[in-house]
Design a protein around this ligand. Structure first.
Ligand SMILES: Cc1ncc(COP(=O)(O)O)c(C=O)c1O
Length: 377
């Protein structure tokens, strides 16, 4: 069977199962604010979905996104999730022979999009104590060439959970500007960070900020995200987008309500997410051979290294899966470092985290003896 069929069946099985504890995809499983439910219901009951939404998104949503990010001078394009925006940016702004630079690990899909556009993908390793689990701007400076057309910075980094300091962002901007490159700052996890700095404030002309409603608002299945960029850049991107018929109108109504209720709802999510990080950290520190190298994380997830545990990431995931607990194997993010870690997402109810903590010792015991081939995606 073809790989994409296997992958699809794997996820189809998971989404149709009952009782899965989703600790693997950085999704957010807290009940939404009642205003969000009401907005989604209102839109469905009015059968608004018979029409197309405006091509760049509902004006109210575009304005709220710009306001939330504090990027009022820039333009907003509402996309079908951040991933569609990234696809579009890579395919539209990269040509064969261009170079696309990112970190290793990074979020893998934009690398596939860039390669499909004919660009050469360069990754700067940042995993490991020798790199401090973060990108040193000097290493980016050394990697840039006269062909560098795009720098893709996942900030906060998924999966590591590091976040660039203000000085690092200033240095990265200076390097991007010197190279005349687009800087794509993927801010999908910005809302979970302790202190986040937008490159677009320093380099508005060529920074493309991507943002998602999947993680902070818990809208992964509703598919809504945004690209924020200089009007000239967005004019170019708006010429031939993959979806010029407007993003899901129901989702956009929900996203508007989400932004309007954010200050009264999201602090609860953040508090519980950070409490969950502590619970996972405690369970890991009681388990031989496991470690959390970046703590606390600036995302809604933690990397857990397992090199000293005698168990492979895939075997740990499989053992937890048997208890209906889904966590992610490192190979999803990186070929080079994937054998060294798993990732656990924590924007979930505390009892899911408690189930993970309770299951971990036994799962590790079973994983240590498991040498079978395990297909995970
Ligand atoms: C770094 C990063 N960017 C983008 C996305 C996709 O976001 P969306 O669900 O809005 O397409 C993800 C999803 O995991 C991600 O980790």
């Amino acid at each position: 069977m073809k790989n994409f069929e296997l992958r699809n069946r794997h996820f189809d099985r998971l989404v149709n199962a009952t009782g899965i504890r989703w600790l693997g995809q950085n999704t957010n499983h807290f009940p939404n604010h009642p205003d969000v439910h009401a907005a989604l219901r209102r839109s469905i009951e009015a059968e608004e979905y018979h029409i197309y939404a405006p091509p760049a998104g509902l004006e109210e949503l575009r304005a709220l996104v710009a306001q939330d990010l504090g990027l009022g001078d820039l333009s907003v394009l509402i996309t079908d999730g951040a991933v569609e925006g990234l696809y579009h940016v890579c395919h539209t702004l990269l040509s064969p022979g261009d170079e696309f630079i990112t970190t290793d690990p990074s979020w893998a899909w934009p690398m596939h999009f860039s390669a499909a556009a004919g660009a050469q993908v360069t990754q700067i390793p940042i995993f490991g104590q020798e790199h401090g689990f973060r990108l040193d701007p000097d290493r980016l400076r050394d990697a840039v060439t006269d062909r560098t057309r795009m720098i893709y910075l996942v900030d906060p980094n998924n999966p590591i959970g590091c976040c660039c300091t203000e000085a690092e962002i200033a240095a990265i901007v200076e390097i991007a500007r010197g190279a005349g490159a687009f800087l794509v700052q993927d801010c999908t996890y910005r809302d979970f960070a302790f202190d986040h700095h937008l490159a677009a404030r320093l380099y508005p002309e060529r920074t493309i900020t991507t943002w998602s409603f999947s993680k902070w608002l818990g809208f992964a299945g509703l598919r809504v995200g945004a690209l924020v960029a200089h009007p000239d850049v967005l004019e170019r991107l708006a010429k031939a987008p993959p979806n010029n018929l407007g993003s899901n109108i129901v989702s956009q109504r929900g996203a508007i309500a989400g932004l309007r209720s954010k200050t009264s709802w999201f602090p609860m999510v953040l508090d519980q997410t950070r409490r969950n990080q502590h619970l996972v950290h405690e369970a890991v520190s009681r388990t031989e051979g496991l470690d959390v190298p970046e703590f606390p994380s600036n995302g809604n997830f933690l990397v857990i290294t397992c090199e000293g545990s005698g168990a492979r990431p895939e075997a740990i995931c499989a053992a937890l899966n048997e208890k209906n607990i889904m966590v992610r194997q490192g190979a999803y993010h990186t070929e080079t470092f994937g054998h060294r870690f798993i990732k656990v997402s924590v924007s979930v109810p505390e009892d899911w985290v408690a189930a993970f903590c309770e299951a971990l010792p036994d799962a590790m015991d079973r994983a240590r003896g498991n040498t079978a081939e395990i297909a995970l995606f």
